[in-house]
Every structure is written in structure tokens, then in C-alpha cells.
Design a protein around this ligand. Sequence first.
Ligand SMILES: Cc1ncc(COP(=O)(O)O)c(C=O)c1O
Length: 432
Amino acid sequence: MTEEPFAHSRRYMDRAREVIPRGVSSARRAALRPTPLAFVRASGSRITDVDGNEYLDYVAGYGPMLLGHQPHSVFDAVREQLAAGVLYGGQHEAEAELAERIVRLVPSAEMVLLSVTGSEAAQAALRLARAATGRRAIVKFEGHYHGWLDPVTANTPGSPVGSGPAPRPVAVPDHSVVGPEVLVCPWNDAEALADLLERHGFEVAAVIMEAVAVNGGNLFADDGYLAEARRLCDRYGCLLVFDEVVTGFRLALGGAQQRLGVVPDLTVLAKALGSGFPISAVAGRAEVMRVAEGRVAHAGTYNGNALSVVAANATLDVLEAKRDVIYPLLERLSGELTAGINERADRHGVPLRATRAGSVIRLHWDAPDPVRGYADVLAGRTEPLRELAESLVRNGVHARENGLWYVSAAHTEEDVARTLAAVDRALTEVTS
Ligand SMILES: Cc1ncc(COP(=O)(O)O)c(C=O)c1O
């Protein structure tokens, strides 16, 4: 790195801020220090910025790059499709092929609707649930994120209506932002959910949750909680929706639901499905999905666009063919990284802890140890994590400022060793 290693990124950001609010196209990207970076290319586990600095990448495009950057067979399929057209405004065979694959792989999937982003697919799931049940209310959980669109922005990290734990289930008061019918409940608290549904259960269309609370601290629920949520939904006739935008195809080929053995009514999928090409899906019970044949309009110019669909088919091809190699590899590397970070934190005497869900790692600073719930996550300090991320960037590791890391199948043992050496240096810097 040169003396001013981020000069071109800084210059880019100065230019961009004149014409793009905060200079970024997605809000969280503005948080990286010493400056949000501008990139020129990415390949495998590496990403290179406009100043020529190369990093080991754990941002992974915010999760989609499960196979690393530019996986060969996916890019070959996309190149081939480019020669045949991008957007037909009509059907093409790869769409049904993709839906058939998802039905085969994801336990809850009997039918599939394709969209472009995770936020949209979450909205589609909620709309389907409302139409299928004839009810309006939605239950969501503290800290769980389902995209940036109304009405589920309530109580997510960085939300305009607050991210603190709700002492008890509350209707979110800011109607203009989230609508009056979103009930926020603490997660992994079966009693709280039972209480809430006892009072409102017959008004509730959907109970939506991240089956593993990735955005709420990267935590698994206690044994039995998801099964109890399933039972309660059945009792009150609410649809259980798993947002597997992050965990789908990442935690296991069939997602968190396969790994944890609880089948929702509807599942939201995105990120890892497309290896970086924008694609998402709602999948679920045919009886519910068929509501889209009349009572719910599901539309979108780019839905099922040929490039994203062939990218998704090629991605699932690789994941299916190499499942016995890829998932154990992801577990091993992520396990080594998590243990290595915690070991180094102890050695440096800093209150840093990493929690892991499959190949997703989340760092916590000064949070209760072990981190057991969203309140513990919020008790942690964010500023030291930002300093650590900045220091890691200076040491060749691209990681998010909030400590959420994604490991990919392109990472290697050598990458892990280099990353841990960088963590060592970064911890020395932030504690000196
Ligand atoms: C669990 C979850 N759901 C939904 C979304 C929204 O997806 P997108 O950013 O593609 O709209 C995200 C994005 O990070 C997510 O983590």
C-alpha cells in the first residue's frame, strides 16, 4: 500500500457525494472507515479496490458470494446466456428448471415465485399470507431484518423506529413508516410468542422470522423454539414464514429449515441463490402460493430475467454436485476462523467474541459472554467493532463495520491463517 493507501477511494467518494446521497447506493456501505471503498474487481476470495489494494473478502457482496467471486461455471453459463439475450418479457425454460430445483432442494417448497431482491420477496410472502388468511396483522421479531421496505422495517438494526428490545410485544406506533399492524415480539421466547398470539393470534396473517437470527446477532434459537413457533402458528391459523435470505443454500443446501428440521409455510430466498446476480424467490405450500393465481398480483419487469436465472441454476448445480465437499469445508474454515478470533481476543485481553452460524460469523465487543439474545447483542459496543474493521482494512481484510462476516467456498486454509494474522495485528493496533 502507498502512503495514502485509500486516495482514489476518497476521491471517488468526494465526487459521488455530490450526486448520490452519502455517496453510496445502499445505506450501510457508508459506514466503512477510514472511507467507504470503491472497487475495481473481485475474484475467488479476493477483492481489489481502486487504489490497487487487495483484500481477503468477508463482506462477500453482503452475503451472496457463497462460491466466492466469479465462480467459473456460473460465469460461463451467464456468458452463454448473454449471447442469447437478457430480458424477454416472456418465459424461458430455465425459469421452470430453477423452480423445479428449488422445490427439490428446499423442504417447504412446493411452488416458487421469482423476484429480484430479498426485500421484494419478503413483501410478496407477506402479501400472499395476508391474502391466503384474510387477515392483516404480522408478527416480526426484535432485531430481525426482512429488507428495507415497509412494513417490516420495525425494530431492525438501524431502523428509524428504534432497534431496542421491546419490553413486551408492541404495535409499532409510527404508522407512516411501518403501518399499524406489525407486532414486534422478542425472539427465542416461546412464552412471549404464546402470549402475543393468545391476544392477537386470530388477527395474525404471518409470523415472519429469520430461522437463525443472523441480523439479530447471529444466534440459533434454543432447542424446541422453532417447533413451538410452528405449533402456535398452526393453532391460530397463522402462516409461518422463514426469511432465509441469508441462510438459504448457505446453512445447508436446503437452508436453515433443513438443518433445524422445522418446515415453514413460506420461505424467502435470495443472496446465495444467485452468486451475485440479483434474484430472489418466495417458495411454499402450493395452497398458499396459488393465491398468486388470482387474489395477489405478483409482478416485476426483471422477475425471472435470463441472466439471474441461469446464474441461479448454475449455482445450485455446483452446490448440489459438491454438497459433500462445500458444506463441510465452509463449516471447517468458519469454525477455525471463529475459534482463532476468540483465541486471539483472549490473548490480547479484549472483550471480543465471535458467534457462528454455519459460514456466517458475527463479532461482538463487550457483550455478555456467551451472547444469548438480542438484548445481549445491543449491550455490546459498536465503536470498537468499527475500529477493528478499519484496522482490518488497513491489514488487507475487507470486513463489515458491524462485525458480520461471510465465509465462502473460495476461502482456503491459507486465507484463514492470513486473516488470523491480520486480526492479531488489528487487535494490537486497536488496543495500543
Ligand atoms: C434476512 C434478510 N432478509 C431480507 C433482506 C433483504 O434483501 P435485499 O437486500 O436483497 O433486499 C436481507 C438483506 O440483507 C436479509 O439479511
